[in-house]
Design a protein around this ligand. Structure first.
Ligand SMILES: Cc1cc2nc3c(=O)[nH]c(=O)nc-3n(C[C@H](O)[C@H](O)[C@H](O)COP(=O)(O)O)c2cc1C
Length: 312
């Protein structure tokens, strides 16, 4: 039985939880113990510069940030860990759960769960070369078999991990369908690492239910639920659900801060719109279909601002 307050992690979502969102979410809504970054990866032999910009932004200061890396072998591990560590980080998450076919085809993401030798080699490299780095991993249950994790749990247990975040779906399921909770419970028992639960947490009651059902978990992670309800963690911590109008007020403050930051940093309507519009994709339930559609269709900042004004 774990009698400590579970840790609350903000999940990584490419295109949504970049530096601006993390910074202003922490400042305006709060409640997260740490923020994972969307994965950093290698492109044409080097770490993508856009990924490095995201983790070296001054907006990360003062927040616990856990950069995530997408790798397929020990060489990529070294390249990415060296780059992330050179930016000052000593806490790094390994992606073992990306479900996209092109990523898996090249041996990355969930594909690692099918490669015991590679998991063993990665674990050795982490221990021998990076004893000053605290690693964690984020995984699914398998590629298409929700019991596949059982074939590699020994290698995962041998890795030097501070925690293991588990989204109890297979890669084939992508982001919907049954959560395999019986497999999650078995993994929780067999993992030698503290386990963090991730998947479909949308309300404070969802968080309560997971913590009550699995008291041995070390924490929970929310992604889409936190984008749709930025106050989710703050509400859970205070055991006080906020009415829709106060949640909307936080969303507007969060938006205004992020939008103003993008307007200062980026040039041209289309660049700014392409960065700010995704924030609304998970908020349609709160702002309504009509406003969401007007925001989606806006082709200039003037039209965009007019669409956002309708929900103020
Ligand atoms: C658009 C999108 C982008 C994502 N990007 C990442 C990523 O970069 N790294 C990662 O580990 N997971 C990524 N995920 C998965 C989420 O972190 C999370 O595991 C998944 O959405 C389930 O949690 P949720 O139901 O709380 O959203 C992404 C998910 C979505 C929908």
């Amino acid at each position: 039985m774990n009698d400590k307050t579970p840790l609350l992690y903000a999940a990584p979502l490419q295109g949504y939880t970049e530096a601006e969102w993390r910074h202003y979410h922490a400042a305006v809504a709060g409640g997260a113990d740490a923020y994972y970054t969307p994965f950093l990866r290698i492109d044409k032999g080097a770490v993508r510069s856009k990924d490095m910009r995201d983790i070296t932004s001054a907006l990360n200061n003062g927040i616990r940030i856990i950069p995530q890396i997408l790798i397929r072998d020990t060489e990529e591990l070294r390249t990415l860990v060296d780059a992330v560590a050179s930016a000052g980080y000593r806490e790094i998450n390994i992606n073992m759960g990306c479900p996209f076919a092109p990523i898996i085809r090249h041996g990355r993401g969930t594909a690692l769960l099918a490669d015991r030798e590679m998991l063993h080699a990665l674990g050795c490299e982490m221990k021998e070369r990076y004893s000053d780095v605290r690693f964690s991993a984020k995984m699914r249950l398998g590629l298409s078999d929700p019991a596949q994790w059982r074939t590699v749990i020994h290698e995962i247990n041998e890795m030097p991990l501070t925690h293991l975040t588990v989204h109890p779906r297979t890669a084939a399921q992508q982001y919907s369908g049954e959560l395999h909770m019986e497999e999650f419970a078995a993994l929780l028992r067999q993992s030698s690492h503290p386990v963090v639960y991730n998947g479909d947490l949308s309300t404070p009651a969802d968080i309560d239910r997971i913590i009550r059902t699995y008291p041995a978990i070390n924490g929970i992670m929310a992604g889409r639920g936190l984008l749709a309800r930025p106050t989710l963690f703050a509400e859970w911590r205070t055991a006080c659900e906020q009415p829709t109008d106060s949640r909307l007020a936080v969303i507007i403050r969060l938006h205004d801060a992020i939008y103003s930051s993008y307007r200062q940093r980026l040039c041209g309507d289309s660049q700014i719109l392409s960065k700010i519009k995704p924030m609304w994709e998970y908020l349609e339930g709160t702002i309504g279909h009509k406003a969401a559609k007007a925001i989606r269709k806006a082709t200039s900042l003037a039209k965009y601002e007019a669409a956002v004004a309708t929900i103020r």
